[in-house]
Design a protein around this ligand. Sequence first.
Ligand code: ZN
Ligand code: FE
Ligand code: FE
Ligand code: ZN
Length: 281
Amino acid sequence: MTRKHTESRQTLSDYHVHTSLCHHAEGLTSEYLDQARLKNIPELCFTDHAPNPHGYDPANRMALDDFAAYQAMIRPLQKSESPRVLFGVEADYYPGGLDFLRQWLAAHSFDFVLGSVHYVGDWGIDSPAEMHRWRTADVPDAWRKYFLLLADLADTHLFDAVGHLDLPKKFGFVPPEQDIAGMAGPALDRIAEAGMSIEVNTAGLRKPIGEIYPSPLLLRMARERGITICFGSDAHKPGEVGFEFPAALRLAREAGYTHAARYSRRRRTLVPLPEAAANNP
Ligand code: ZN
Ligand code: FE
Ligand code: FE
Ligand code: ZN
């Protein structure tokens, strides 16, 4: 009986939440934890935007000097048992950033490193301030370049998982699905070869596209390649922790997934997905 009760409360872990250090998120880390408790989320992994040198997008990430403050914010929370708190970052992959990333990631003991591409050339493709560029852009070309960058990201073997796999869809500028599948296939092959996970990220449901990252088709393609998944709300405020996780769980199950990846000190283990009906309210 006890066992059944425990299972009925089992929910997905949230491996993608931010903090106010990135300048575009709000709330206290204690409030993120409170939300996770409320929603019975077993593990909460902070993955704030990692710092970069060379003036790379300073408006949207902590400064290098803020990293000590980030550690001071998250480390004490790791005393919490419910939820268990993990120490991670969302690190950008971009051409020219590799030497820094290689040494910086190795110098710190993360539980989980999420790898994301937010820039195609000098264009912040998911930045609301640069959304207007989609209107005049060669849309398929932008998507093609994005997936080439993701493939390069995978080849670095520096990251545990890919963040928001089909991020270019955010504002609704989307090529035909089969074209996307053709561009994403080679990137997914390299993600699979690298032994990485991808995240099922519910932030897209809060954006104009109104769809989880990745699309059902891309998630099926990932499943066919044996790529594991984790789940993230990409919360930028406490109320977004665990955002729409029942929908994420449904999507994963429909794509054929039975397990989620979890990480500790950058080592992956697999846990069975919770039952659909028993997930977060
Ligand atoms: Zn952000
Ligand atoms: Fe991101
Ligand atoms: Fe994020
Ligand atoms: Zn993100």
